[in-house]
Each structure stands twice: as C-alpha cells, then as structure tokens.
Design a protein. Structure first.
Length: 173
C-alpha cells in the first residue's frame, strides 16, 4: 500500500483564464516587506478587479487581483500595467502626483492566466491590463462589495455608484 500526499482541499474557485472586462473595485492600503531583489524594504499594494464573468455557484462576479511594488519606475510592473491600461506613458509630472485611488470604478480589460503550484493549487494571475474596447458597456462594482479597508465596519458597503466616465475613448487617469 502506498502513501500519497494530497493537494490541500479548497473551495476557492479561481477566475477563468482569458481576456475579461473588469472594473477596479479595491486598492489595499500599502504595506512594507523585505525584497531580496531590491535589497531592502519596499512598499506594496494590491489592486483588485471584479470581472464580468460570474461564479455561478455564488452568483457573484469573480475577482482577480495583483500585488504590486509601489513604484512608477519604467521597469516596475505597476507602471507597465497602468501605462498599458491608460494607453500612454506617464509624464514625469504625472508620476510625481499619481494617486492610485483614481482607479476605483475605472473599467478595463484584464488578461487572466492560471498558475498551477506544485501542490496542485490553481491561482488566477493578472497578466495584462488594456483599455475597455470601444462601445463596450461599462461595469459597476457589485452593490454588496466592501473594500478591504472598510470591512471592519460592516455598515460601510459600496453602493456600486463609483466614478464612471461616460467617454468610451478616455481612461480618466
């Protein structure tokens, strides 16, 4: 009789792979962690999107997220994703004054890819972010979504009326 290791059981269902319409629903408060790559401490944040595709079992939109180093250096993933999303490079002046909170409620298309860990767990990662296609109807954040920073106080529930730019050709950041 053999002894076999089993993958941890999880009820978590990752978002499906592919290009999905999404809306930015949360930006986590920054935290600091040690980075061997940077040789010291770096500030990090997580950006979260709800995508149009719904988890049929729970009746809620899937959520995908990406952790970023808080850097708008041209080689930083955050800078690359934001410039791809907005469709143009940042000027130096824009980099100095950019507030991530302006992303809340902004629509995009999110490329989701799956990463399978050695233990069999599947994670949905954000590979790329591009502007919303011309003529696409904009999504709103689900009405029962609560931002992470507000979850201690369950009375603070988003009403889904976050900023929505009506001009299909313009990303407001």
């Amino acid at each position: 009789m053999g002894i076999y290791a089993r993958a941890p059981q999880s009820k978590f269902k990752p978002a499906p792979e592919g290009l999905h319409q999404g809306v930015c629903c949360d930006i986590w408060e920054p935290w600091t962690e040690t980075s061997p790559f940077h040789g010291g401490l770096v500030d990090k944040t997580r950006i979260v999107w709800q995508i149009a595709e719904q988890d049929a079992e729970h009746g809620q939109p899937f959520e995908v997220s990406q952790i970023y180093t808080l850097s708008l250096h041209e080689k930083a993933k955050l800078c690359q994703h934001l410039e791809s999303w907005r469709g143009r490079k940042f000027t130096e002046a824009e980099k100095r004054e950019f507030d991530l909170e302006v992303l809340l409620g902004v629509n995009c298309q999110v490329q989701v890819v799956h990463v399978i860990k050695d233990d069999g767990r599947v994670f949905a990662n954000v590979q790329a972010i591009v502007p919303l296609g011309k003529g696409q109807t904009k999504l709103r954040v689900a009405g029962d979504f609560v931002r992470r920073k507000d979850r201690k106080d369950s009375a603070s529930v988003s009403d889904g009326t976050g900023p929505v730019d009506q001009n299909d050709d313009d990303v407001p950041f």
